[in-house]
Design a protein around this ligand. Structure first.
Ligand code: 9W4
Length: 421
């Protein structure tokens, strides 16, 4: 029996259903599973993972197990573990240390436990596991082939480490793959943010003035989905090229000072602080809905909102009604935290399918390098573009779509630099 610590094993049945639901929506992982079930390329290799324990992660874990890996897993955020999923994994024999609402000490205790079995590979989301190895368990480093990292923040930390010569084994930046980051941000955040707004409010989007602060990948994803639902979309930006893109894609562009007066629903997706502040709240219409889908919860200045309030009450889950001294009501969703994760379930399984297929491929690339003796240098590496194309190709074919191939003549034409006008 594997070692584990989860909240309640009795939740396993419910978790199993969730995992099966995700599984049926993750065809790229299913294809990898089918491909490597027989050959088991991970046989004899131990992976320590530190990544949100969700129904989608469970499907990744099962894919690794079917491909022969031995695993030990912890969550990478004290609030992101789905306890029923963790219970189902534990009951299935996975060595898992994760429960919702753990404190910081427990968080690192869990990471420590996943290192007890002396892994050959590490898999991170946020780089806490790899940091722990480098800081506390240097003795494990000679045994480790390499690691993979899921997020922008983690990759940033690791690049800094590599620059300073502090990184001691090769790492793949899964985040940098197109089939990860473009699809997560645009389609994952786009849909799940709307999902969060709807679950928290159940308002009609059509006909509303829908203000999106920031027209980066996430903001454009949200704005285009809102437009599809019939909203009058308004973009606020600080970057001319992004604002120009927004306007050519059919959204109105204005300053937040102006948008504040006309918006019915506001969502921030900028990555900077104080995007919506006291002066904006004061100018908003009665009934305005305000939320955030950017990484940090400082995009909306809640201190300002608190100062302006006459009273406050929770009117629905994840929906707080602030009555201001001017008599207007403002509805703040999910306390200004990421609305797509707090009020909805994050990226849909179909999107995570591709992100996690990249994780699988990156881990496999490390194992293959070890087997062939062609080791990667100690640095933060990218996977080749061909792997992105492979994943997108499999995804397309599982969706029943076929695409054209370049002919020999077309390839030659493309490669011929001598042909002018
Ligand atoms: N989840 C998260 C984090 C904090 C948090 C208190 C109640 C990210 C990516 C994936 O960060 C993640 N705090 C919450 S809920 C909550 C959820 N609170 C604060 O008040 C609510 C997170 C990746 N992912 C998907 O997006 C879908 N499947 C995945 O594996 C998961 C979770």
């Amino acid at each position: 029996m594997a070692k584990f610590k989860v909240k309640d094993l009795k939740l396993a049945e419910q978790g199993k259903l969730k995992i099966q639901w995700a599984e049926s929506r993750m065809p790229v992982l299913a294809a990898l599973r089918a491909k490597y079930k027989k050959t088991k390329p991970f046989k004899g290799f131990k992976i320590a993972g530190c990544l949100h324990v969700t129904k989608e992660t469970a499907v990744l874990i099962k894919t690794f197990i079917d491909a022969g890996a031995e695993l030990s897993w912890s969550g990478c955020n004290p609030l992101s573990t789905q306890d029923d999923v963790a219970a189902a994994l534990a009951k299935d024999g996975v060595s898992i240390y994760a429960w919702h609402g753990m404190n910081t000490k427990e968080f690192y205790w869990c990471i420590d436990r996943t290192l007890d079995f002396k892994p050959h590979l590490t898999l991170d989301d946020g780089a806490d596991l790899i940091f722990t190895v480098h800081k506390k368990y240097k003795n494990l480093i000679p045994n480790i082939i390499g690691g993979t990292e899921e997020t922008t923040t983690g990759v940033h930390r690791l690049r800094k480490m590599a620059e300073k010569g502090a990184l001691k084994y090769p790492v793949f930046a899964v985040n940098d793959m197109i089939t990860k980051w473009d699809f997560d941000n645009v389609y994952g955040t786009g849909q799940s943010s709307i999902d969060g707004i709807l679950r928290a409010t159940s308002v009609l989007i059509a006909g509303k003035n829908f203000v999106v602060a920031g027209y980066g990948h996430c903001g454009s994803g949200v704005a285009n989905k809102a437009k599809g639902l019939g909203a009058n979309t308004i973009i606020t930006e600080v970057k001319p090229t992004a604002a120009l893109k927004g306007t050519l894609e059919g959204h109105e562009v204005m300053k937040m000072d102006e948008a504040a007066k006309t918006g019915d629903i506001f969502i921030t997706a900028t990555g900077v602080k104080d995007v919506i502040t006291g002066k904006h709240f004061q100018n908003m219409k009665d009934g305005a809905i305000v939320c955030n889908t950017g990484h940090y919860d400082c995009e909306i200045n809640i201190t300002d909102l608190e100062k302006l309030k006459k009273s406050k009450r929770t009117i629905r889950p994840n929906c707080e009604e602030y009555t201001l001294k001017n008599g207007n009501r403002i509805y703040l969703l999910a306390k200004g935290r990421l609305v797509n994760l707090s009020a909805a379930e994050g990226h849909p399984s179909e999107v995570m399918d591709m992100s996690f297929a990249n994780q699988f491929n990156a881990q496999l690339a490390l194992v293959n390098s070890y087997k062939s003796g062609k080791k990667y240098s100690i640095d933060v590496h990218k996977l080749p573009d061909s792997m992105d194309q492979d994943i997108a190709g499999v995804k397309l074919s599982t969706m029943g779509m076929k695409i054209d191939k370049l002919t020999k003549e077309q390839i030659m034409y493309n490669d011929d630099f001598s042909a002018g006008t």
